[in-house]
Write a protein that binds this ligand. Structure first.
Ligand code: AP5
Ligand code: ZN
Length: 216
C-alpha cells in the first residue's frame, strides 16, 4: 500500500504512522524524522534544514524533494510505504505524482487526520520524544512512568525545539497556507479519506485501520 498522512502539526501523524506502518508491514518515511536525524548528526543536509525547522518554516523544496526521491528509491519502499510529512505543498505533491508515474504506480490513500487548533496546541506543548527509540509521549495524555524516561527503552525524553508556543503558532499558519490545499488536491483525485483524530490514540488507530481496510 502507498499511503500519505496529512494533518496539522500535532495531529498525531507520527504517533499513528508507527502503528499503521507496523500493521500494514510497510516502511514509515517521515521527512521530519529524517531532517531531525541529520541535524543531530550535523550532516550538510541537517545544517541546511535546521534554520527553517527552528523557525517553523518549510525546508526548501529543492532540499526536501531530493531527499525523498533517494529514500523512495531504496529497496524497502518498492512494494509500498507510508509517507509522514511529505508532500507538504502542491509542488511537492506534483513531484511525488511524477515519481510514482515513472514507477508505474500511484497513491492508494491520502489519510487526513482532522483535529482543531486548540487540541493541537495542547498536544504539542506536552509532547516528549525518546532520544533512543523515537517513541512519542505526552506529559498528560500518554505519560511515561518516570518523568523524562522512556518506558520502552529507558532512553532520555526531550522536547522538540519547534514546540515552543510562538513557533507552534507559525507552524499552524504555514499548514493553513501551504499544506491544507493538499486536502482539496487529493479529494479531486479521489484518494482522500478524512478521519476524526480526536479521542484516545487507540481509537484513532482503529479508525485509521478501518478506513484503510478496503485499500491496497
Ligand atoms: P514534522 O516532524 O513533520 O512536524 P509536523 O508536521 O509539524 O508534525 P509533528 O511531528 O509536530 O506532529 P504529529 O502530527 O506527528 O504529532 P505527534 O504524533 O507527534 O516537521 C518538522 C519540520 O520539518 C517542519 O516544520 C519543516 O521545517 C520540516 N519538514 C518536514 N517535512 C517537510 C517537507 N515535506 N517539506 C518541507 N519541510 C519539511 O503527536 C503530537 C503529541 O500529541 C504527542 O505528544 C502525542 O503523544 C500526542 N497525541 C497523539 N495522538 C493523541 C491523541 N489521540 N490524544 C492525545 N494526545 C495525542
Ligand atoms: Zn525509547
Amino acid at each position: 500500500m502507498r499511503l500519505v498522512l496529512v494533518g496539522p502539526p500535532g495531529a498525531g501523524k507520527g504517533t499513528q504512522a508507527a502503528f499503521i506502518a507496523t500493521a500494514r508491514s510497510i516502511p514509515k518515511i517521515s521527512t521530519g524524522d529524517i531532517f531531525r536525524a541529520n541535524v543531530r548528526e550535523g550532516t550538510e543536509l541537517g545544517v541546511a534544514a535546521k534554520q527553517y525547522m527552528d523557525a517553523g518554516d518549510l525546508v526548501p523544496d529543492e532540499i526536501t524533494i531530493g531527499m525523498v526521491r533517494n529514500r523512495l528509491a531504496e529497496d524497502d519502499a518498492v512494494k509500498g510505504f507510508l509517507l509522514d510529512g511529505f508532500p507538504r505543498n502542491v509542488p511537492q505533491a506534483e513531484v511525488l505524482g511524477g515519481m510514482l508515474d515513472t514507477m508505474g504506480t500511484q497513491l492508494d490513500v491520502v489519510l487526513e487526520l482532522v483535529v482543531d487548533d486548540d487540541e493541537v496546541v495542547r498536544r504539542l506543548s506536552g509532547r516528549r520524544t525518546c532520544r533512543s527509540c523515537g517513541h512519542i509521549w505526552h506529559v498528560d495524555f500518554d505519560p511515561p512512568t518516570v518523568e523524562d524516561v522512556c518506558d520502552r527503552c529507558n532512553g532520555e525524553l526531550f522536547q522538540r525545539d519547534d514546540d515552543r508556543s510562538e513557533t507552534v503558532r507559525h507552524r499552524l499558519e504555514v499548514y493553513a497556507e501551504q499544506t491544507s490545499p493538499l486536502v482539496a488536491y487529493y479529494a479531486e483525485r479521489g484518494v482522500l479519506i478524512g478521519i476524526d483524530a480526536t479521542g484516545p490514540v487507540d481509537n484513532v488507530t482503529e479508525r485509521a485501520l478501518d478506513a484503510l481496510r478496503h485499500h491496497g
